[in-house]
Write a protein that binds this ligand. Structure first.
Ligand code: TYM
Length: 345
């Protein structure tokens, strides 16, 4: 077995406001991992255009998501922050993976089925091939660890399948070129903690999502304190007080979600939160939840706004990040092309 250098890669779409699900499910984990790993964080604009994006909005959203990631604590000097379309290797490797992945694998992707809905014939080809581009994002850097929310698990399994099939299809070529066996690492998903799947505030069985038509279903990272308070106040709950143990959350998805959000914000386990709030009414718990959410969200929103006042500075960060990303990607792509037989030497 080849040992691959440990490297973190993760991505986020510039498709509008970041919400608490993105923040707790992914970005806070990125912030923690940057202490111990070499990391690349990518604003995936090529993924965004798999569904219609207004061009001017896309430019703005790319900058705003970049600003938010930095405002949340990512250091773009120590780590690489860039947008996907600036590094053409993502699209090139994705094409090669389009020829490795099988139609059947992609047809099983639940996110495609959800996003395409009933009008599958009208979905873009890009939306169908989306997971291949995601595999390319990760494997272009031979990344070994990928921190994501639970909704990306199936896509990561597909990335592993693609890596494995590539390694085995081209094993002879890899050996003939005297390259290390196991050409691509099998990237490991990092999905852990109380916030891997933050749910809608209006329906404990639906994921908190940017694409939900109702803004009341999510806490956006740019929401002000009053809006956060109103959204939690109106969040759906059930008539019972909070239970004292996790077992009592079973069959109570809305309660479970709010407790999970509190736990993630406080950096505690759900059990600890319940030992403090067990027996409380939701009205009291929602006040405490609002307080802790505002405490965490307000500084990120303020810093994002401050950074957005200087778009040139954000663009400079992305240009610098892309150059550093290319320096890692170029030799990998070159050897992929040799392995596949697209270039001779
Ligand atoms: P995206 O932009 O939908 O979401 C960014 C990150 O936020 C997580 N997330 C959530 N976590 C918990 N609860 C939620 N309700 C919630 N909603 C979103 C997502 O799991 C994700 O980690 N395909 C990816 C972007 C991507 C990528 C990659 C990720 C492209 N290439 C390579 C990792 C590696 C996406 O659409 O994320």
């Amino acid at each position: 077995m080849t040992t691959h250098t440990s490297r973190v890669f993760s991505g986020i779409q510039p498709t509008g406001n970041l919400h608490l699900g993105n923040y707790l499910g992914a970005i806070t984990k990125w912030v923690a991992l940057q202490e111990s790993h070499e990391c690349l964080f990518c604003v995936v604009d090529l993924h965004a255009i798999t569904v219609w994006q207004d061009p001017a909005e896309l430019v703005r959203n790319t900058r705003e998501v970049t600003a938010a990631v930095i405002a949340a604590g990512i250091d773009p000097k120590k780590h690489i922050v860039f947008n996907q379309s600036q590094v053409s290797g993502h699209a090139e490797l994705a094409w090669i993976f389009n020829c490795v992945a099988r139609m059947g694998w992609l047809s099983r992707m639940t996110q495609f089925k959800e996003k395409a809905g009933k009008h599958r014939e009208n979905a873009s080809v890009g939306l169908f091939a989306y997971p291949n581009l995601m595999a390319a994002d990760i494997l272009l850097y031979k990344a070994t660890h990928v921190p994501v929310g639970d909704d990306q698990k199936q896509h990561l399994e597909l990335s592993r399948d693609i890596a494995q099939k590539f390694n085995s299809d081209f094993a002879a070529s890899v050996a003939a070129l005297d390259l290390a066996a196991d050409f691509f690492p099998l990237p490991e998903p990092l999905i852990a903690g109380p916030a891997t799947r933050i749910m809608s505030l209006r329906d404990g069985r639906a994921k908190m999502s940017k694409s939900d038509p109702s803004d009341m279903t999510r806490i956006n990272m740019m929401d002000d304190a009053n809006t956060i308070a109103r959204k939690f106040q109106k969040a759906r709950t059930d008539p019972e007080p909070l239970p004292s143990s996790e077992a009592g959350l079973e069959g109570r998805p809305e309660a479970d979600n709010l407790v999970g959000i509190y736990a993630a914000l406080a950096g505690h386990a759900k059990a600890e939160v319940l030992s403090e709030f067990g027996g409380s009414q939701f009205s009291a718990f929602k006040k405490a939840l609002t307080e802790i959410a505002v405490e965490r969200v307000a500084p990120v929103a303020a810093e994002t706004k401050r950074l957005m006042d200087d778009p040139g500075q954000i663009d400079a960060i992305l240009v610098d990040g892309a150059a550093r990303a290319r320096a890692i990607a170029d030799p990998v792509l070159r050897s992929v092309k040799q392995v596949v037989g697209l270039i001779q030497d």
